[in-house]
Design a protein around this ligand. Structure first.
Ligand code: DI6
Ligand code: FE
Length: 399
């Protein structure tokens, strides 16, 4: 077998099959950016490599995937956090012009260049932790031109950095003030104008919404899903974060890739997700930052065989978090996920939450050669330490 690069003397967590798919004394060979071989060195076919890298016994995992972020946005809301620390309520802050609307105003005022420039440090922080694919949502423009500007900024990040960007249109995130409380009227605009335009421009890989008392009703979200599907776009949903609206069951009935947050998910929602194979994306950063006390029903999800993913939810209001490693630790400590569940949640299951499970997320022949090489003795070190970054090297598309 001829290959461009071969990594030898490595321990592999292939994330294929059950558990971690551990291979001691492993080799990976890459050709044309894809994995040509991943497995025991002893079983490898004769390999003729242009370059061989001795990993010195280090561990290799698939490149990490952050499958839920809002990292393109302008401004920050640290002052709102400070006000809350002094006793102000979220509602009072929102009434005083804070909340999502304050980020909307800052994002509308920013140029596409400025959005890219302010997002790049957040992307670079993820890259430094071995992230090779990131999902980025719109949803702070809330008007066609500003949503397009956000999605263009997301696409540009994928061109300016060695990272794969999956862009999600989240027009149904919040009601912009100019609609004067007319939620159905805004959904008309999302369905009739925004989704067709974004699809036509090829700017979105999926469509998302916020199903919540402060967001949109299941009936409004169903209209968004129908429009997305009519334009050939897969769907996902922010569901059951603050209240139980039956959003996850709705998303599952529409064949959604994922339902995200899920603190208030009930047994009916779990069963619906299990039937449809919808991924449960858990976001412990938002749970932590909001000082939430209600945890997502992890035991029920596990028992039902619902695939679980973990992500940062990087956003200025409820999860100003640009460390996937910290989100992994929080998933374990706050949500009681096992090490294997956490690692699946940022590799294989995160790929599935993006509809990319045939391309990335495991170390298997034919997948893209996106690798994270770690200076660790056991995979548990990736989950059970705080503020430590043991990344030794990162490989994106074989390089
Ligand atoms: N759920 C959240 O937690 C964020 N968006 C969402 O749908 C909040 C975003 C913000 O406050 O800016
Ligand atoms: Fe979110």
């Amino acid at each position: 077998m001829r290959c461009a690069t071969r990594w030898t003397n490595a321990r592999l967590a292939t994330m294929a099959g059950d558990d971690l798919g551990v291979v001691e004394a492993g080799t990976i060979a890459a050709l044309d950016g894809r994995i040509a071989y991943a497995g025991p060195s002893a079983d490898a076919p004769p390999i003729e490599a242009d370059e061989t890298i001795d990993c010195g016994g280090r561990w290799i995992t698939p490149g990490l995937i952050d499958c839920h972020t809002h990292l393109v946005h302008a401004g920050n809301r640290a002052h709102e956090c400070a006000l809350r620390l002094e006793g102000a309520s979220y509602e009072a802050i929102a009434r005083a012009g804070g909340g999502i609307v304050s980020t909307m105003k800052a994002t509308r005022a920013a140029s596409e260049d400025a959005l890219v420039a302010s997002a790049l440090p957040r992307v670079d922080a993820l890259i430094a932790q071995g992230v090779t694919t990131v999902e980025i949502k719109s949803g702070y423009g809330l008007a066609l031109d500003d949503e397009i500007k956000m999605l263009r900024a997301a696409r540009r990040i994928g061109a300016e950095r060695p990272i794969r960007v999956s862009a999600t249109f989240l027009g149904a995130h919040a009601l912009p003030p100019e609609f004067g409380g007319d939620r159905d009227g805004y959904i008309d605009a999302v369905v009739d104008r925004m989704i067709p335009a974004v699809a036509e421009l090829g700017l979105a890989d999926a469509v998302d919404g916020f199903c919540e008392t402060i967001g949109f009703t299941p009936a409004q979200i169903a209209r968004v899903f129908d429009a997305a599907k009519a334009h050939g776009l897969p769907i996902k949903l922010h569901a059951e974060q603050i209240t139980d609206q039956g959003g996850a069951a709705l998303a599952a009935a529409h064949g959604a890739l994922s339902a995200d947050h899920l603190e208030h998910l009930d047994a009916h929602g779990v069963a619906a997700m299990a039937r449809s194979g919808t991924v449960a994306t858990l976001l412990p950063g938002a749970f932590y930052f909001l000082r939430d006390t209600r945890r997502p029903p992890v035991a029920a999800l596990r028992a039902a065989g619902v695939p679980i993913a973990l992500a940062t939810d990087c956003n200025p209001g409820t999860s100003p978090l640009t460390s996937l490693l910290l989100a992994m630790n929080m998933g374990a400590i706050l949500f009681e996920l096992t090490v294997a569940e956490v690692l699946r949640g940022v590799t294989r299951n995160a790929a599935r939450a993006l509809g990319l499970h045939n391309a990335i997320g495991t170390l298997e022949p034919g997948k893209r050669c996106d690798l994270a090489i770690w200076d660790i003795e056991t995979p548990a070190e990736l989950v059970c330490q705080i503020g430590v970054n043991p990344l030794h090297a990162r490989v994106w598309g074989g390089r």
